[in-house]
Write a protein that binds this ligand. Structure first.
Ligand code: 5GP
Length: 210
C-alpha cells in the first residue's frame, strides 16, 4: 500500500462510489456475506442519524466541531462535504485492517475518492452506476429517507458524480444486486493476482515451481 499514507500490508483499499440511491449498501452487504477477508469502513459523519441507523454500525455520528477536530489532528484518511454534511474515513481503522491482510471497502463519494487516489495510489476505484436516472429517482424515493429538498439535492449531485465515473478503474451497473456484487468480487479477485501486487513474492512463487 502507499508510502505517502503510512499504510502498509497485504489488504487492499477498495473505493466504491456511486450516486445516493444506487444501492451501494445492499451490494456491499451482499459482498460481506460471502467474503470473510473483506470489511467495510464505518465512516464518521455530521449528518443526523436516520431512524433505522445505529451509531457505530452505520456511521459514527459526530458534531461538526468534533469532526473538524479529527480532521485537524490528521485522524482521517479522507473527508468531504456532501449535500451539506461532512463525511470522513478513519485512518487508524484502515491502517489496522490493511496491516492484517483484510481488504477494506470505502463507500465514499467522489471528492473523498480523489483524495484516496492521491494518498493511496494502490487503491482500486469502482463506480456503481444505476441502470437509469429514472430508476435512481425511484430507488431514492422508495427509500423514504430524504425530504423533498434533500431528494432534489441528491439527484442534482448524482448527475455531477456520474460525470466523474470515467476517472474510476472500473464501472459496474447495479441492475441486479447479486450480479453487481459478483462483478465487484471478481474485480477484487483479479486485482490480487496482478503481478504488480505480488512483485515481491514473484521470485519465491517461481522458485517453488522448479
Ligand atoms: P448518506 O448520507 O446517504 O449515508 O451518504 C451520502 C454520501 O456520502 C454517499 O455517497 C456515501 O457514499 C458518502 N460517504 C459516506 N461515508 C463517507 C466518507 O467517509 N467519506 C466520503 N468522502 N464520503 C462518504
Amino acid at each position: 500500500m502507499s508510502e505517502n499514507s503510512g499504510i502498509s500490508g497485504d489488504g487492499l483499499i477498495v473505493v466504491v462510489s456511486g450516486p445516493s440511491g444506487t444501492g451501494k449498501d445492499t451490494v456491499i452487504e451482499e459482498i460481506l456475506k460471502k467474503n470473510k477477508g473483506i470489511c467495510v469502513s464505518v465512516s464518521m459523519t455530521t449528518r443526523n442519524p436516520r431512524t433505522c441507523e445505529k451509531n457505530g454500525k452505520n456511521y459514527h455520528f459526530l458534531s461538526e466541531e468534533s469532526f473538524k477536530e479529527k480532521v485537524r489532528m490528521g485522524e482521517m484518511i479522507e473527508h468531504a462535504k456532501y449535500c451539506g454534511n461532512y463525511y470522513g474515513t478513519s485512518l487508524d481503522f484502515v491502517k489496522e485492517k490493511i496491516k492484517n491482510g483484510i481488504d477494506v471497502l470505502l463507500k465514499i463519494e467522489v471528492k473523498g475518492a480523489r483524495q484516496i487516489r492521491k494518498n493511496c495510489p494502490d487503491a482500486i476505484h469502482i463506480f456503481i452506476l444505476p441502470p437509469s436516472m429514472k430508476e435512481l429517482s425511484r430507488r431514492l424515493k422508495n427509500r423514504q429517507t430524504e425530504s423533498e429538498k434533500g431528494f432534489e439535492k441528491r439527484i442534482k449531485t448524482a448527475s455531477e458524480e456520474i460525470a466523474s465515473a470515467k476517472d474510476y478503474d472500473y464501472i459496474v451497473i447495479n441492475k441486479d444486486k447479486d450480479v453487481c456484487a459478483k462483478d465487484i468480487c471478481s474485480i477484487i479477485y483479479s486485482e490480487k493476482l496482478k503481478t504488480s501486487r505480488v512483485r515481491s513474492k514473484t521470485d519465491v512463487i517461481i522458485r517453488e515451481i522448479f
